[in-house]
Ligand binder design. Structure first.
Ligand code: FAD
Length: 492
């Protein structure tokens, strides 16, 4: 295994750098590409990373970081308003300028110097520009000034190009200047009225933020309710809270056209039921598409614009050298899960480069992303928070498991009353009746995001119900819901 020289800075455009060989070439320096590079370098493999925009990817500048920085003051104020002795002190409005400044700070002011320095620090070479496959193990990089680098990978190319927001091709959409998640997380002022199309995670989180900052939010939901991929009570509790906060949630409707007659004027949305809604901005939170349309996939027999199908080592089906890691493989569109895959892909690339046999399940689980199938955790940072891991009841039944859903009202736990006056929340665990382990857990309520990892350990670790009794929750915490769920299961 050859190890090339590494630079400690972005590769300068010299003739020598136009044709370069590395062990590993990573396309896309989001959180996932960064972690693949880190693992490859840790294994002694020379590594090039190609990035077309900002090192740190969607997550750092237009997704996780800015959205959570916007949500934190909103949720903290809501929490404080539910605490006797404190609520009177926090009845005022949020300081919008300070909230947006906090967000700007967390988005690093949309500059990537810090992350570039980190990537250089692990010894990866950075190529700025659009990366495209040009054939087996070869990648071209077109820099902003049109220079072309040709990179060859001795071991592997890892595609970590992520995903982008999908905006439906409705009549009038082009002139309507719609927001996607990028504008919704980076906007510099609060719109007076905001229409949000879509009730998934992005739609509900952004509704929570902008409603609290003073926008009048209308949500247009095609289906029956919010957060359709979670247990139904998650969407119901979040919708109840958003409605109480003043949002107008309309279900069973879809937008049929959008129109912004004058550039700075309002936008009008027509609905399939004949109604019209007028707003200052419209956000489409209507799903994601893979960033594979301009990636040269056709040169290696794959379809441009498609999600890349991989095995549990994140290697693309039918290839020996091509990996697809993170959002782009469509297994779980979450940063933590993509970084988990990155650790695994990096280890698999290193093992294969060293000729070490790659076992399906090795002791440290280093080479198989099995949690993608059974134990994906997710927190929706709304008020109340909604958090889940593993399967919902519907998913477990559909997969053919013999299961029982066990529910508990979170308000009936000592810790929740102390946490908030008038606490509202619910917990559900899905028990596999044949194996007596948990297949899934969902919590909805204020402050439950930090509870999720206990459930992730139970689900990923396949901890037998008998042993869970010995995981004693501290008194008086909301975690005591675990005891109540176990009792409910035992007594049913
Ligand atoms: C509003 C919002 C909030 C979210 N909040 C959370 C959250 O709280 N927690 C969570 O876990 N997940 C969250 N997510 C999901 C999370 O952002 C993604 O799962 C994560 O960013 C995926 O990482 P990635 O590295 O696969 O892709 P990305 O972060 O999209 O990075 C891909 C990188 O590849 C680059 N690239 C693409 N094509 C090329 C090319 N041809 N050549 C060179 N470079 C290229 C891009 O410029 C980009 O920098 C959120 C998503 C959204 C939209």
């Amino acid at each position: 295994m050859a190890v090339a020289d590494t630079h400690d800075q972005t590769v300068p455009m010299t003739d020598a750098s136009l044709n370069t060989e590395y062990d590993v070439v990573v396309i896309g320096a989001g959180p996932v590409g960064e972690n693949v590079a880190d693992r490859a370098r840790a294994a002694g493999l020379s590594t090039a990373v190609v990035e077309a925009e900002l090192i740190g990817g969607e997550c750092s500048y237009w997704a996780c970081m800015p959205s959570k920085a916007l949500l934190r003051p909103v949720v903290a104020r809501a929490d404080a308003r539910r605490v006797p002795g404190l609520s009177d002190a926090v009845q005022g409005p949020l300081d919008t300028a300070a909230v947006l400044a906090h967000r700007d700070e967390y988005a690093s002011h949309w500059k990537d110097d810090g992350q570039a320095a980190w990537l250089e620090g692990v010894g990866a070479d950075i190529y700025r520009g659009q990366g495209r496959l040009t054939g087996e193990k070869t990648v071209s990089v077109t820099t902003p000034d049109g220079t072309e680098h040709r990179l060859t990978a001795r071991q592997a190319v890892a595609v970590c190009t992520g995903s982008r927001a999908v905006v439906p091709a409705l009549p009038g959409i082009e002139g309507a200047r719609p927001w996607t998640s990028r504008e919704a997380t980076s906007a510099k002022k609060v719109p007076g009225r905001l229409v949000i199309v879509g009730g998934g995670v992005v739609g509900t989180e952004m509704a929570t933020v902008w409603q609290a900052l003073g926008a009048r939010v209308t949500m247009l939901i095609r289906g029956k309710g919010l957060l359709p991929k979670m247990e139904p009570f998650a969407g119901e509790l979040v919708a109840q809270a958003l409605t109480e906060a003043g949002a107008d949630i309309r279900t069973g409707v879809s937008a049929t056209s959008v129109r912004r007659a004058v550039p700075d004027g309002p936008v009008t949305v027509e609905l399939n039921n004949g109604e019209r809604v007028e707003a200052d901005e419209i956000l489409f939170a209507t799903g994601r598409a893979p960033r594979t349309d301009d990636l040269g996939l056709e040169t290696v027999g794959l379809k441009p614009g498609s999600w890349l199908v991989v095995d549990d080592s994140c290697r693309v089906d039918g290839t020996t050298w091509l990996y697809a890691v993170g959002d782009v493989n469509h297994r779980a569109l979450l940063t933590h899960q993509g970084k988990y895959q990155a650790r695994i892909a990096g280890a698999a690339i290193a093992a294969r480069a060293a000729g070490v046999p790659l076992l399906e399940t090795d002791r440290w689980g280093a080479h198989a992303a099995t949690a993608d199938h059974a134990a994906v955790p997710q927190v929706v940072f709304t008020d109340p928070e909604a958090a889940s891991v593993g399967l919902t009841l519907a998913e477990a039944e559909e997969a053919g498991h013999r299961v029982r859903a066990v529910d508990h009202d979170l308000a009936a736990v000592a810790g929740s009353g102390l946490y908030a006056d008038g606490y509202r929340g619910r917990a559900r665990m899905i028990v596999d009746l044949d194996r007596e382990i948990l297949l899934g857990v969902t919590f909805v309520g204020p402050g439950i995001g930090e509870l999720l990892h206990s459930a992730t350990i139970a689900v990923a670790g396949e901890v037998p119900i008998d042993r869970l009794w010995h995981a004693v929750p501290a008194y008086p915490t909301i975690s005591e819901v675990w005891l109540r769920l176990l009792e409910a299961y035992r007594d049913a």
